[in-house]
Design a protein around this ligand. Structure first.
Ligand code: OFO
Length: 170
């Protein structure tokens, strides 16, 4: 049985993952309104990943006999001044999520919950990829600038991204 403290912390992480989904949906709307449908596609797929991250915690909490308490999700920014700003926000947000996962892991260790420590390792690894992808795309958009063929090449590449749920999770 999970401690009350850990249950609360997992519910907060579920809220943060759903908030991530909401932020990326808003960023997808921004790129779609600029007719950069490929970059919008990247963020639509990202919303599916975030939903998956939330549901994996949701199912785990129930499996451990906890109670899912869904919390309010703050509104994301409505628009962005540039593609660079949208990718900067993405990287900042992923760094925030990494810290949050690390804090949750610290708490699981402190509470001596070995099962949760094992479960959270997936999220620790996932955050390496989340930050690396955001950082790489930010650097590439900075190199190409806000317009011109470079941005269209990125747009074309990101149009190919599809969502594949990781085999380990449900
Ligand atoms: Fe759930 O990793 Fe991004 O936010």
């Amino acid at each position: 049985m999970l401690s009350r403290k850990l249950q609360d912390a997992i519910n907060e992480q579920i809220q943060k993952e759903l908030h991530s989904e909401y932020i990326y949906l808003s960023i997808a709307a921004y790129f779609k309104s600029r007719d950069l449908d490929g970059i919008a596609n990247f963020f639509f797929v990202q919303t599916q990943e975030e939903h998956f991250h939330a549901l994996k915690l949701f199912n785990y909490l129930i499996d451990r006999g906890g109670t899912v308490v869904l919390k309010e999700i703050p509104a994301p920014p409505v628009t962005f001044n540039s593609a660079i700003e949208a990718f900067e926000k993405t990287l900042e947000h992923e760094q925030f999520i990494t810290k949050s996962i690390n804090d949750l892991m610290d708490l699981a260790i402190k509470e001596n919950d070995h099962a949760l420590v094992s479960f959270l390792k997936w999220y620790v690894d996932e955050q390496i990829e989340e930050e690396a992808t955001a950082s790489r795309l930010l650097n590439r958009v900075k190199l190409t600038g806000e317009s011109g063929p470079g941005l269209f090449m990125i747009d074309s590449e990101l149009s190919k991204r599809t969502f594949t749920p990781p085999a380990s999770g449900e």
